[in-house]
Design a protein around this ligand. Structure first.
Ligand SMILES: Nc1nc2c(ncn2[C@@H]2O[C@H](COP(=O)(O)OP(=O)(O)OP(=O)(O)O)[C@@H](O)[C@H]2O)c(=O)[nH]1
Ligand SMILES: [Mg+2]
Length: 255
């Protein structure tokens, strides 16, 4: 499988061309995706592309019935964690909180959520703004941040603290903060967005992360007033191997 992946990797890198930001989606646990995701991420980053691996982790029932799935997924995650940079991990298991809803709707909602993450990251670096975060500053932030995740939230403009709370808690992503986190905070709002509101978002994030040493802020305002503000945050320095905890089966095997 690894040999097949090596071959596919060259073809894929060629097809990706000169894109500056590439999101790579794979369901881990099988052979192909688990082998290719770390390889492609490494290849693309080596040539300066901002490669964002998005790893779907198998359902626990899949892990219980097939131990190989677990080791394939763990192997791929370890490689990705060792590389650092952005790593978005979404356990399929987390979708169980919507288990009474029709599956098609749940998957649609998850796709929309991912779409939102992609869009907000690209938006943040693509359009110049007042306090600008461009691709170069994002890359240099990531290079110093270890494993990082991308968080997104939207709230009414009167609730800047809630915006931070939602971003850190209401997410389908798996991650765990370390003792030494960092954050890039980008606030996007209408013409009525004030410095005071941005400051409250910033302070709330600082408090929640335990006064990290490294924080970067960006803002953008749109020409029309908006009731809603959006937060895009890149939170880094995640606890190493944290994502793997999502792979713990419901009934732990005897030690
Ligand atoms: N979220 C999501 N997860 C998926 C999807 N398809 C597969 N998965 C998950 O990804 C895992 C790996 O899928 P596989 O088809 O076994 O992996 P593969 O990379 O194709 O590898 P091989 O089939 O072994 O070559 C599965 O156990 C599922 O949990 C999908 O469309 N969406
Ligand atoms: Mg397959």
């Amino acid at each position: 499988m690894r040999a097949g992946a090596e071959e596919a990797r060259e073809e894929l890198v060629r097809r990706i061309g000169s894109s500056e930001i590439v999101f790579l989606l794979a369901g881990l646990g099988g052979g192909t995706g688990s082998a290719l995701l770390p390889l492609l991420t490494r290849d693309l980053r080596a040539r300066g592309t901002l490669a964002v691996p998005v790893a779907f982790l198998p359902f626990h029932i899949e892990l219980e019935s097939n131990p190989d799935r677990r080791s394939n997924a763990l192997g791929a995650l370890s490689e990705l964690e060792e590389m650092g940079g952005l790593l978005l991990a979404l356990s399929n298991e987390k979708l169980r909180r919507f288990e009474s809803l029709p599956m098609a709707r749940v998957l649609q909602a998850r796709n929309a959520y991912l779409h939102g993450l992609v869009e907000s990251l690209v938006d943040m670096v693509e359009h110049p703004s007042q306090l600008n975060v461009d691709l170069a500053s994002l890359k240099s932030h990531l290079a110093q941040s270890g494993v990082s995740t991308l968080l997104l939230s939207e709230e009414h403009i009167s609730e800047p603290e809630r915006l931070v709370h939602t971003a850190l808690t209401d997410t389908l992503l798996d991650f765990e903060l370390s003792e030494n986190p960092s954050a890039l905070v980008h606030v996007d709002g209408g013409s009525n967005l004030t410095l005071g509101t941005v400051d409250r978002v910033w302070r709330a994030m600082r408090r929640r992360l335990g006064e990290p040493r490294r924080m970067l802020v960006g803002t953008r305002t749109h020409p029309e007033p908006r009731h809603v503000v959006r937060l895009t945050a890149v939170v880094g320095g995640l606890r190493p191997r944290s994502v793997r905890d999502a792979l713990v089966p419901l009934r732990a095997p005897p030690a």
